[in-house]
Design a protein around this ligand. Sequence first.
Ligand code: ASP
Ligand code: MG
Length: 439
Amino acid sequence: MKVLKFGGTSVGSAQRMKDVAKLICDGRKKIVVLSAMSGTTNTLVEISDYLYKKNPVSANEVINHLDAKYQQVIDELYQKEATKQQARETLKTNFDLLRSFTKSAIFTLFEEKSILSQGELMSTAMVNLYLQEQGVKSVLLPALEYMRIDKNGEPDSAYIREHLQKELAKLPDNTEIYITQGFICRNAYNEVDNLQRGGSDYTASLVGAAVKAEEIQIWTDIDGMHNNDPRFVEGTKPVAKLNFEEAAELAYFGAKILHPTCIQPAKLEGIPVRLLNTMDPQAPGTLISNEMIRHEIKAVAAKDNITVIKIKSGRMLLAYGFLRKVFECFESNKTSIDMITTSEVGVSITIDNTKHLDEIVNELKKFGTVSIDKDMVIICVAGDMDSENVGFQAKVVNALAEVPVRMISYGGSNYNVSFVVKAGDKVRALQALSSHLFN
Ligand code: ASP
Ligand code: MG
């Protein structure tokens, strides 16, 4: 069985929902994971924000506006008056719930999570009803009955596998399409929770792993993972095949198309992940799997808002335990490190979360002279960077001959060379890499 995930834009209007329906109806059994209609989750965040600020009047206004939008979609989506009526009744329970929060005095994280779950509950109900109106054997597979995170907020794979199987077994055997909600789940206390913003990809990967799917397809509005960022570089092309490791480097270092944690469950089960385009369904897209295409540089990605921290100290010279002390400052401040480069007398470290920057710097000053560069960018070049590919790193470094480079990292994995440059040099660097490596 395949698992197909469609993001917010792919279900962003009545027409797009109809297009998705056409795409998924080929007579084969499949699980379809849907995001909320594009813009909905942001609107639900806005509603929660007003409620936190004890402004129910504005929250209500936003709810009414959202409600009107959904009524319009219902009118456009369904043919029969009876189905429209059924859709209105279904969505009324979602909007009644949203409105109930504007009447109560308490508003906490718990209520917010309940609000945030409504987007996926609505989009899946609507598409499922549409498929049924079209005569397709479609059923809802309720994510809140099987998707679960543990006390640490990590997916509980054993629970997910067991309960997903149970839910599937409850549904009729002749079902063609199981429609399920991306993003939403329950936590260890059985409360409604979620897999963090953009988490629908993660749902698809977890579901795929749980049912040992033959393939997981992530449908978006771009024809796969491109070899460079199409917003800044002309003539980028989709990469046909990527290894899981290469894809993880790219996703982590900026390729927006995939949520970085998402591929982990698929990778562990060895399930191929295919990235496809709803606007151009015939395009081959990108296939991510355990297969490794050797001797090729595959793609470039950039991650913005990077801060570089440099610690220079004579005490590091020939000493042991120095790096441990440095890393402990980041650990105790719950800040993860992206990239490091070291010399015998200094170390440069990049972070993207600067919430605890002041505390970190303060502590690091005990060990050496600290300096900071803000507004930096990590440029990641991914591919087969095994050292036996003599000259690959040289090619990459040469491409940046005209760009001031602050840090270079090579050899951490066999899959990337990464650079840190100033934000102002990013576009130039991306363009230079494309013209030297891919043209
Ligand atoms: N609807 C959620 C969000 O906007 C999850 C997702 O789309 O992946 O973050
Ligand atoms: Mg998304």
